[in-house]
Design a protein around this ligand. Structure first.
Ligand SMILES: Nc1ncnc2c1ncn2[C@@H]1O[C@H](COP(=O)(O)OP(=O)(O)OP(=O)(O)O)[C@@H](O)[C@H]1O
Ligand SMILES: [Mg+2]
Length: 449
């Protein structure tokens, strides 16, 4: 009986671990596997036996590998580990290892794994969560983060290019939170001059200024018990930043022309298309406010870096416009699709939606062809275009003289993705495995890879 209950408890704990950490392996002090979550086999590429010696299981004979070394020494580490694939290739998974301590004695380790599961070499399955459609793995990770942060009241900062879906993500956080029944109010900090913005945000008393004919509560109070979305927060004036900081600290607002603070219970989600860090460095944004706002940063990758979403979202927008009475698109011509996946989409999802709108306005018939696309998407002949995401002004022939062009392009993409190989691979339109293989071929892997 107790045994049965122990098994139940064990599986509940594992489900909980899976829920919060995804793919995770727990080791005992001898570095042997005592438990792992369901996602693990798909990531390491095969069944994981309980009792197996983890450094050997993960790194094979490569006992000098950083992860094996760190485990042996009881150190925490984050490193990429190559795993052989059944087709004879190789792929990398990211391993974060942290020692587990009890009364300052190391009793085991937890390993958190990240990477693409085996099956998803091609485009992954399409999902839709809170109106966000995607089949891209980094977006799916973002959706998991959305769910995680929604449950806490933490202040969230959404980063992403224009039209990438920042407001959609903010709404998703609200909808998944326990404030969902409360109001969601969005305000664009770049759209109003400072004095108007101040009274719009914090409210004003009657007679506070010419035209203030009655008391107005302002967005903070209107969003009470809900969420306030501050879009383009980097554009706030320094004076308003100081006021916002005070509201966040005191959890109360003082309306313009008023004296008494009014308590408010509001979750702040802010968004910016540019780095707050850069704004702080440039002196246009307060560092203390940045730390307050970006407790949990969520980054939305630009559309060009999630190529598999281009077709998915294009179809979504086509289906929304298909009308048996006028025009029904049943197919996208392959050349049109190629143009669409090669284009950089500076306006992201919104620009894609506009392009589909354009195609419906300009074209006819059941096939959406290249000729129906806006001129900038049609662009020049793809054969003469540089690789996706490599700006024209970057001359791949400069620097690192003895590297082949492709190798330089790979390095450049990795640099642009701040070292994030998954993102670099997506921007190059290849899988992580292919990128890893190519880097290996050019001898560009660091010792950890
Ligand atoms: N993954 C997605 N699935 C479905 N629709 C999307 C997705 N991403 C964005 N959209 C749609 O694209 C449009 C732009 O999204 P949104 O307004 O959230 O972007 P934004 O980043 O806030 O833009 P801006 O920087 O201009 O404020 C919206 O109509 C939104 O519904
Ligand atoms: Mg927006």
């Amino acid at each position: 009986m107790t045994k049965r209950r122990d098994i139940d408890r064990h599986s509940i704990l594992l489900s909980a671990l899976h829920e919060v950490a995804g793919a995770a392996i727990v080791l005992d002090a001898d570095l042997r596997v005592i438990a792992h979550t369901v996602d693990v086999p798909a990531l390491v590429g095969g069944p994981v036996e309980l009792g197996v010696f983890a450094p050997q299981m993960l790194c094979g004979e490569g006992a000098q590998r950083p992860v094996a070394e760190a485990l042996a020494e009881g150190r925490a580490i984050v490193a990429e580990v190559p795993r052989p694939t059944p087709d004879g290739g190789s792929r990398v998974i990211l391993v974060r290892a942290s020692p587990l301590l009890s009364k300052r004695v190391r009793v085991g380790f937890i390993l958190l794994l990240e990477g693409e599961p085996w099956e998803s070499e091609g485009p992954g399955a399409a999902v839709v969560v809170h109106g966000i459609h995607t089949r891209d793995s980094s977006m799916k990770r973002l959706l998991r983060d959305v769910d995680r942060v929604a449950r806490r009241s933490a202040t969230v900062l959404v980063r992403g290019e224009t039209g990438a879906g920042k407001e959609l993500v903010a709404r998703a956080v609200h909808a998944a939170s326990d404030r969902a029944a409360g109001p969601f109010r969005a305000i664009n900090c770049a759209a109003l001059p400072p004095h108007l913005l101040e009274s719009t945000l914090f409210g004003h008393m009657r007679g506070a200024f010419t035209g203030a004919v009655r008391d107005e509560p302002g967005h903070f109070r209107l969003a009470d018990s809900g969420t306030l979305f501050l879009d383009e927060v980097a554009e706030l004036s320094l004076a308003l930043q100081a006021k916002l900081l005070r509201v966040l600290e005191d959890r109360s607002v003082i309306p313009v022309g008023g004296r008494e603070p009014v308590p408010v219970d509001v979750r702040i989600i802010s968004a910016t298309h540019r780095s707050l860090r850069d704004a702080v460095a440039a002196g246009s944004f307060r560092a203390d406010l940045m730390y307050r706002l970006r407790v949990v940063p969520l980054f939305i990758p630009p559309l060009r870096e999630r190529v598999s979403d281009i077709e998915l979202l294009a179809w979504r927008f086509i289906e929304a416009r298909n009308d048996p009475g006028s025009r029904e698109v049943a197919r996208i011509a392959p050349t049109a699709l190629r143009k669409m996946t090669a284009y950089a989409w500076p306006g992201n999802v919104r620009e894609l939606e506009n392009a589909i709108e354009y195609a419906f306005a300009m074209g006819e018939g059941p096939v959406l062809t290249e000729a129906h696309l806006p001129p900038e998407v049609r662009g020049r002949d793809t054969r003469t275009q540089p690789a996706r995401n490599v700006p024209l002004e970057h001359d791949p022939a400069s620097g690192d003289d003895d590297l082949p062009d492709e190798a330089r392009r790979l390095l450049y993409a990795i640099e642009r993705s701040a070292g994030h190989r998954g993102r670099a691979a997506a921007s190059l339109g290849m899988s992580r495995v292919t990128l890893w293989r190519k880097l290996k071929r050019y001898g560009l892997l660091d010792s950890e890879g």
